[in-house]
Design a protein around this ligand. Structure first.
Ligand SMILES: [Zn+2]
Length: 273
């Protein structure tokens, strides 16, 4: 890893911290979107039934029956989110932020930061959160927690029981689906998005560090747009776990540190050194 001292200075001197976390972070927390080996070991029956070999492909299945969809989703949500225990890295991240103001913008959808004890009003899940449910009608009828539904689905046995468990929208009666952009009527969490924008506005003239963790090619929205945003405000700085310095924008070279390592090593260094 390179630039560790510079990264340390930028993070230590910041009044506010904005964490930008991509799917590489989800992978470190156990949810590897495209990984096949662990998926095949965990869900041999799903592999056999649908011929899918990763979480990403499982989510891409267009099943016609709502009970079957929920049965599949529930297995995944149970394993990767309800049974999830936060890693040492997320605990260290909390320690690193300390009493400072923070916000987290992430493409991970597994509810990891919330479970690790970060304030849910300080998190924007840009690609949704599969522990929440949205209406499938194409009209935004709000979000609800899915954990009760998931827990019932994973233990239900009979077909009739499964049919009965399909959650319905309280407003219009249509089935609910997981809150993810799986089709063309995904509604991003607009309240969280507004809170994030207000947070950015409120910190325009403050010493603010953006901490990029686990951003890879599956979440390009979290890369260049964020660097351009940092470039606009001279008080802001950027620390990237995953990229080498020379790949960062020329305009932010002086106030950025590309560490070219991984999230766990970077956070561990920042907390312990
Ligand atoms: Zn509805």
């Amino acid at each position: 890893m390179e630039n560790l001292n510079k990264a340390q200075n930028l993070v230590q001197n910041a009044e506010a911290v904005i964490v930008v976390a991509g799917n590489g972070l989800a992978k470190a927390e156990g949810l590897d979107l495209l990984g096949e080996e662990n998926f095949e070991r965990a869900f041999p029956d799903i592999v056999q039934k649908y011929d899918v070999h990763s979480v990403g492909y499982a989510l891409d299945q267009h099943l016609s029956s709502w009970s079957e969809k929920w049965q599949l989703w529930s297995r995944l949500i149970q394993k990767y989110s309800l049974a999830y225990r936060p890693s040492e890295t997320l605990k260290q991240l909390k320690q690193l932020i300390g009493n400072r103001q923070y916000f987290i913008a992430t493409s991970t959808f597994g509810h990891f930061f919330e479970t690790a004890g970060f304030n849910e009003n300080r998190i924007f899940n840009a690609f949704g959160d599969w522990t929440k449910m949205q209406c499938s009608s194409g009209v935004n009828h709000g979000l609800q927690d899915s954990s009760n539904v998931v827990q019932k689905f994973v233990v239900a046995k009979s077909r009739a029981a499964l049919e009965h468990l399909v959650p319905k929208c309280e407003v219009c009666g249509q089935p609910l689906e997981i809150h993810m952009p799986l089709n063309d009527h995904f509604y991003p969490d607009t309240d969280a998005n507004s809170r994030f924008r207000w947070f950015l506005t409120g910190n325009e003239d403050k010493n603010t560090v953006f901490l990029e963790l686990g951003v890879d090619e599956t979440s390009p929205q979290l890369r260049e747009p964020i660097e351009h945003l940092v470039a606009e405000y001279p008080q802001w700085s950027y620390v990237a776990a995953d990229f080498p310095q020379e790949t960062l924008l020329p305009e932010i070279q002086e106030r950025s540190a590309g560490v070219n390592g991984d999230t766990a090593s970077l956070i561990n260094y920042l907390v312990t050194e």
